[in-house]
Write a protein that binds this ligand. Structure first.
Ligand SMILES: *[C@@H]1O[C@H](CO)[C@@H](O)[C@H](O)[C@H]1NC(C)=O
Ligand SMILES: *[C@@H]1O[C@H](CO)[C@@H](O)[C@H](O)[C@H]1NC(C)=O
Ligand SMILES: *[C@@H]1O[C@H](CO)[C@@H](O)[C@H](O)[C@H]1NC(C)=O
Ligand SMILES: *[C@@H]1O[C@H](CO)[C@@H](O)[C@H](O)[C@H]1NC(C)=O
Ligand SMILES: *[C@@H]1O[C@H](CO)[C@@H](O)[C@H](O)[C@H]1NC(C)=O
Ligand SMILES: *[C@@H]1O[C@H](CO)[C@@H](O)[C@H](O)[C@H]1NC(C)=O
Ligand SMILES: *[C@@H]1O[C@H](CO)[C@@H](O)[C@H](O)[C@H]1NC(C)=O
Ligand SMILES: *[C@@H]1O[C@H](CO)[C@@H](O)[C@H](O)[C@H]1NC(C)=O
Ligand SMILES: *[C@@H]1O[C@H](CO)[C@@H](O)[C@H](O)[C@H]1NC(C)=O
Ligand SMILES: *[C@@H]1O[C@H](CO)[C@@H](O)[C@H](O)[C@H]1NC(C)=O
Ligand SMILES: *[C@@H]1O[C@H](CO)[C@@H](O)[C@H](O)[C@H]1NC(C)=O
Ligand SMILES: *[C@@H]1O[C@H](CO)[C@@H](O)[C@H](O)[C@H]1NC(C)=O
Length: 741
């Protein structure tokens, strides 16, 4: 179909002072982020000019006449401070000045895709779409690599003009924005002078969150259907902070959140993450705090550093942290071995004509004196004859999955079987390979190796079966998805939720493959970068249905209602094929229609985070970096006392009691009873066990006490269970993870 493309340029509202000042690069200067103490009384400047002048006053004056060439960003909302180019000597001098809290080099972050894959998952017809009005009237801000404004996913049919509070800008140098894409800005360090997407990542994430309906979306002829984002009639605003190789600068991220808050976004989606051991040196946590304070929910990727424990990123409790799961759509390639055994794999490249004649199968990794051979390095393939053969390669070894295919093809190989290493287990990615190929699990790879051991002349061929729906094991946690515990705050369970992030099909700027007839403007990609915008879009729908809900309320609705079972009605599994724990799934797999009608919510006010931050043993000055006013940490709470919708408890011999408060957002008159599935060796008591509610927005408090039910030692490093409030219409479930002291 050819959608009518009607582009209206959005009226740009000129701000009094541009916050972006271009600076010349000088060799010995690096960009630093400078946090200043808040003025007494927490009173801010009455206008931005005074604020900027105050920031400039901290810059060296004698070395350079124009301090403006040093100033990179003078922040207005997210940070009490600025980003500037400074020499090491100037940093030392600055650190000694009064009124400075911290001066730290700006760091680089990564967008969270797994190099080259793809993903779909946009097509389920959500029952509550109508109720949430398809996200109409909501604005999703996306911080990413830019956007492709003329992609048909961003047509604006059915999308009303943006609300009058919208103040965003469209910084393309041609008419590009419309009622769907209402804003597009770039930030100068990596913005490259245009909001255009030079990678594809930002186009993909934006269309996943809020792409409009588009018929006949497919990738190389596969996965054909009507594509749309999760909130198809919501507005999108792109804030370009990542460059073409998906490196994103912290100074840009802060500036983008700063701008998005003033522009008037409702939800922010950040498929970007960094390994941080604390929240105060992390721009997403810092900027996200102020966004949360202004009523904006920030949905973030959990990171792709899984599956080891402690690999989850973006762990602050005011962020919604999204891990990745598989879907039931497979781009099937079946491998038939010489002994007639068949093994299922996947690939997004499905040649129409491929002879089923068995071909010799070879594994370069048998050469033990070459440690790169098993990974099919270009050098190792030079040593052996792979011409006309199918080559078995192990994923990893610092070579991308599609890169291995290139090497095999260039060496004359006829095909590739790509097997996972042990850590990625059963997580199979359908990549756009450049040759006939199949990605298989670690377990299936071992079967293939074992077959190869059993015969002098191993053979294999591929059967290309196209798109197949149905997988009783879906959703399963992706091997790469970041895992708890949450090292920056172990008392807060993270990730919060999982959503589709494996083999996701969404918009892409250009056809990525030329060796087929299909000219595709879609791509299939994997990563928590892809699961994040799914949940961001769902959060937008929830907010559209409940515009007055706080970010914490929306988070709670998403976290107390997810699924714990697969399509086959078995517990959700991880990449090893065993039941996944809550450190992998968070509260579970997102369920959009239940999230829009949760019954009860656990709300948190911005002020409630102050005693929480103090309880992390952050100093008064550090806590003031979040709240942007003077703080006295006279009252503190342990992390687990925050009114969070899940529990992460450290338990010794002494019992621990926590208070939680729920707010009624379901039926005015309703009665909830508690069901407890206690973790092994733990006694969980809830008082009262029954909550009677008589009106909307009524709050009820209960206490939950955790104690050891026996003194016998438990070998597991942690145990888990849940508590669940149930009424005739709703359930409200909170996962519990307990580690022992
Ligand atoms: C500062 O400005 C003055 C006059 O405009 C000029 O003579 C001087 O060289 C400048 N100093 C530096 C360090 O740029
Ligand atoms: C728009 O900006 C791009 C990138 O900076 C540049 O290449 C192009 O020439 C500009 N086009 C116009 C019409 O100014
Ligand atoms: C995709 O589906 C549409 C109908 O929904 C059909 O017209 C089109 O030919 C299909 N395209 C491919 C490549 O299968
Ligand atoms: C992106 O930024 C990183 C860090 O500065 C740099 O190494 C890389 O070359 C940049 N990529 C592009 C395409 O400019
Ligand atoms: C994150 O950083 C910490 C401290 O530098 C390190 O110990 C840990 O291994 C890192 N985690 C990941 C997943 O890279
Ligand atoms: C094995 O690897 C070594 C080291 O790279 C190489 O010199 C040798 O030729 C390889 N042997 C075979 C049989 O591939
Ligand atoms: C991975 O490869 C890139 C270039 O291909 C190289 O720059 C980098 O150092 C390698 N990393 C490791 C851990 O070997
Ligand atoms: C194949 O044989 C090699 C050498 O005999 C052995 O080390 C390896 O474990 C075998 N692999 C499988 C999967 O059976
Ligand atoms: C890719 O396809 C386009 C359009 O058919 C063509 O113009 C271009 O030359 C092709 N590129 C390559 C590298 O084959
Ligand atoms: C903070 O410090 C207190 C006292 O030293 C300690 O008991 C507590 O565990 C610390 N909290 C965190 C989160 O590190
Ligand atoms: C913080 O508050 C406590 C109790 O109100 C008070 O005793 C203390 O002096 C205050 N500290 C600072 C630094 O203001
Ligand atoms: C709660 O409501 C139920 C049914 O309306 C009633 O039977 C029960 O006595 C009430 N319990 C409390 C503690 O108010």
């Amino acid at each position: 179909m050819t959608p009518a493309l009607v582009y209206l340029s959005v009226v740009s509202i000129l701000l009094l002072h541009s916050i972006v000042i271009f600076a010349s690069h000088e060799n010995n200067k690096e960009i630093y982020i400078v946090h200043l103490e808040s003025p007494d009384g927490g009173h801010f400047f009455s206008n931005f000019e005074d604020l900027h002048n105050w920031h400039h006053s901290f810059l060296p004056s004698n070395t350079d006449n124009s301090s403006s060439s040093r100033m990179v960003y003078s922040y207005r909302n997210v940070v009490n401070g600025f980003a500037a180019r400074l020499t090491p000597e100037e940093v030392t001098a600055l650190q000694d000045k009064e009124g400075i809290i911290s001066v730290r080099p700006r760091q680089l972050l990564h967008a969270q895709t797994t190099h080259s894959t793809n993903f779909l998952g946009l097509h389920q017809n959500l029952g509550f779409w109508e109720k949430s009005n398809y996200g109409k009237g909501m604005i999703i801000g996306v911080l990413d690599s830019g956007i492709t404004p003329d992609h048909p996913s961003f047509h604006d049919e059915g999308v009303p003009p943006p609300p009058s509070r919208w103040k965003g800008k469209c910084e393309f140098n041609f008419t590009a924005c419309n009622n769907k894409l209402v804003g597009a800005r770039y930030f100068h360090e990596f913005g490259n002078g245009t909001p255009l997407d030079e990678n594809g990542h930002g186009t993909h994430t934006s269309s996943t969150a809020a792409g409009n309906f588009m018929n006949g979306a497919n990738f190389l002829g596969l996965a054909n259907g009507t594509a749309s984002g999760m909130a198809p009639l919501a507005h999108v605003a792109m804030y370009k902070v990542c460059n073409a190789t998906l490196i994103c600068s912290e100074s840009d991220i802060l500036a983008a959140i700063d701008a998005a808050i003033e522009d008037g976004v409702d939800i922010l989606s950040l498929s970007i993450a960094k390994n941080s051991t604390n929240f105060w040196s992390d721009s997403i946590s810092l900027g996200g705090f102020i966004a949360m304070q202004r009523g904006i929910l920030i949905s973030c990727a959990a990171g792709n550093a899984g599956p080891l424990p402690g690999s989850v990123f973006n762990g602050a409790p005011w962020l919604l942290t999204v891990g990745a799961s598989t879907t039931d759509r497979k781009l099937r390639v079946t491998i038939r071995l010489g002994d007639a055994k068949e093994i299922d794999g996947e690939s997004a490249f499905q040649p129409k004509e491929f002879s089923e004649t068995p071909l010799p199968l070879i594994f370069p990794g048998t050469n033990v004196s070459d440690p790169t051979a098993a990974f099919c390095s270009v050098e190792s393939l030079k040593n052996i004859d792979v011409k006309g053969k199918i080559v078995l390669c192990i994923s990893g070894g610092n070579i991308t999955r599609t890169g291995k295919g290139h090497f095999v093809k260039d060496a004359g190989g006829a095909g590739m079987i790509l097997m996972n290493g042990e850590s990625l287990g059963f997580t199979i990615l359908a990549d756009p390979h450049v040759l006939p190929a199949a990605h298989v699990s670690y377990a299936d790879g071992l079967k293939i190796k074992s077959y190869m051991n059993s015969t002098a002349h191993p053979l294999a061929t591929f059967l290309f079966r196209g798109t197949i729906f149905g997988d009783d094991h879906a959703p399963a946690v992706a091997g790469f998805s970041g895992r708890g515990p949450n090292l920056a705050s172990p008392g807060i369970l993270k990730p919060d939720i999982i959503g589709p992030g494996v083999n996701v099909l969404a918009a892409w700027p250009k056809s990525i493959e030329n060796n087929t007839d299909t000219k595709s403007t879609f791509n299939i990609v994997s990563g928590t970068s892809m699961s994040c915008p799914h949940v961001s879009g769902i959060a937008t729908l929830v907010k559209s249905a409940h515009p007055d809900w706080s970010p914490a309320a929306i988070k709670s609705a998403i976290m107390t209602t997810p699924d714990l079972v697969t399509l086959g009605d078995k517990p959700i599994e991880d990449e090893k094929g065993v039941p996944a724990d809550f450190f992998a799934t968070g509260a579970g797999h997102v369920n959009p229609s239940r999230a829009s009608d949760p019954g009860l919510i656990y709300d948190i006010q911005p002020e409630d985070y102050v005693p929480y931050l103090c309880g992390l043993n952050y100093s008064n000055r550090v806590v003031s970096m979040f709240v942007l006013r003077k703080v006295n940490c006279s009252s503190t709470i342990p992390e687990s006392k925050l009114n969070y919708p899940s529990f992460s408890i450290r338990l010794g011999l002494e019992a621990k009691t926590y208070t939680r408060t729920v707010t009624n957002v379901g039926a005015a008159v309703s009665s909830y009873t508690v069901e407890i599935v206690p973790p092994q060796g733990v006694d969980v008591r809830v008082d009262p066990p029954l909550l009677n509610l008589s009106k909307l927005n009524q709050r009820k408090t209960y206490q939950v006490t955790f104690s050891r039910s026996s003194t016998s030692t438990i070998s597991a490093t942690f145990v888990q269970g849940y508590l669940k409030w149930t009424s005739s219409k709703h359930f409200v479930r909170s996962p519990i993870v307990v580690t022992f002291e």
